[in-house]
Write a protein that binds this ligand. Structure first.
Ligand code: GLA
Length: 413
């Protein structure tokens, strides 16, 4: 009996602490920047510092962006005699900590990249067998975010596609535990190639990965073209029941404004997205409560790109504390209607035009599950459009464009 009390006593002491730890990060979708889409492995200390400066000076920090994440390519393919990963000294001559300190000095957070196999996707050193050592190094450098990829696990890309789900699970759980052991709050972002390599959206991994990671890639690598962006949205569209505070489906990083030399459309001759397509991309990532991790060169943004990425009304729906991923409620082929329920009794609706021509898209209250007269606001023009009863028609929505409207739910004016 006494032992029973003791165990219950210890359990109640430990559980709230454990629960608190994972609940403290990523309560809303993480927002930041990652080096991969624009720069690939071509990163270095001065470039990353300049990007962090630009995140502040462009107004992105004020709009809510926080994390500066260096992707693959910061490390060598070796470890020192004590087993610590060797940083690429030509790119980061001062090591990683001074860079993290600089980023923290700007009031931002710092993220890094690794993989659970012998090698990262660029065949540089992965964390296999050195998970705790790496986690400890990250914590000592001041890392706040870890992107944990899944190439070359255990040691080749072929094996990574064949590896059983349980083995993936063990690899991710191990790193999660190692991060927790450091007692530092670190967002854990995973790319579960066990799922993606074999069958896109094998939902078998989703329930458990939700308890391990704070965000989970649901698609292949995004490219800066309409087809790739829509395809990534599609793979995430039916996973809404797996998203919520502390865990988010990740259709990959944003391509908005990515005109860098490494912009990947060139490889398959598809066009980079235009401004309407970027607005759709940003709208839909906000609707599906995706992490908003930009992948463009923040040092050279046009005013239009800054305006898209810092649309505070859209960011507010992405960051809504209720944390509900929006759902498609109507699919008419070329046009779609999506809705996302927000806290404070609000409802946001996206009218998505997938055709090349301008169209009108209507939505009626019955399909939204509401009744009455509502005041409607356009979140791209930032204008109140008036009061509407029973239905609303978005007029002249441009080809590949999206209108996003907001109203109070269950309120009759
Ligand atoms: C994979 C990931 C990308 C990027 C590269 C780095 O392809 O999906 O986002 O991290 O690896 O090598």
């Amino acid at each position: 009996m006494r032992i029973g009390f003791l165990i219950i006593g210890l359990y109640s002491l430990i559980t709230p602490l454990e629960a608190q730890k994972s609940a403290e990060v990523a309560k809303t979708p993480p927002m930041g920047w990652n080096s991969w889409n624009c720069f690939r492995a071509n990163i270095d200390e001065s470039k990353v510092k300049a990007i962090a400066d630009a995140m502040v000076s462009s107004g992105m920090k004020d709009a809510g962006y926080q994390y500066i994440v260096i992707d693959d390519g910061w490390m060598t393919n070796g470890r020192d005699i004590n087993g610590h990963i060797i940083v690429d000294a030509t790119k980061f001559p001062n090591g990683i900590k001074p860079l993290a300190d600089y980023i923290h000095g700007l009031g931002l957070k710092f993220g890094i990249y690794s993989a659970p196999g012998c090698f990262t996707c660029l065949k540089l050193m992965g964390s296999l067998g050195s998970e705790q050592k790496d986690a400890n190094d990250y914590a000592s450098w001041g890392v706040d975010f870890l992107k944990y990829d899944h190439c070359n696990y255990p040691s080749t890309s072929v094996e990574a596609k064949l590896v059983p789900l349980d083995s993936c699970r063990a690899a991710y759980e191990l790193m999660r535990k190692c991060l927790e052991n450091t007692r530092r709050q670190i967002v854990f972002s995973v790319h579960d190639k066990c799922t993606i390599g074999a069958v896109v959206n094998n939902e078998a991994s989703l329930p458990w990965i939700k308890t391990v990671a704070n965000m989970h890639r649901t698609s292949n690598d995004i490219r800066n073209n309409w087809e790739s962006m829509i395809s990534n949205l599609e793979t995430t569209s039916n996973l809404w029941e797996y998203a919520g505070p502390g865990y988010w489906n990740d259709p990959d990083m944003l391509e908005v404004g990515n005109t860098g030399n490494e912009s990947t459309s060139r490889s398959n001759s598809l066009q980079n997205m235009n401004l309407n397509e970027y607005r759709t991309h940003f709208s839909m990532w906000c609707i599906v409560a995706a992490p908003l991790i930009t992948g463009n060169d923040l040092r050279s943004m046009t005013p239009e790109i800054i305006e898209i990425l810092t649309n505070k009304e859209l960011i507010a729906i992405n960051q809504d504390p209720l944390g509900k991923q929006g759902k498609r409620i109507r699919d008419d082929g070329d046009t779609e209607v999506w809705k996302k329920e927000l806290s404070n009794d609000q409802l946001v609706v996206a009218l998505l035009n997938k055709s090349n021509e301008p169209v009108n898209i209507s939505v009626n209250w019955k399909e939204l599950g509401v009744k009455g007269t509502f005041k409607i606001r356009d979140l791209w023009t930032h204008k109140d459009l008036g009061k509407f009863r029973n239905s609303f028609t978005g007029k002249n929505i441009p080809g590949h464009g999206t209108m996003v409207i907001l109203s109070k739910k269950n309120r009759i004016y």
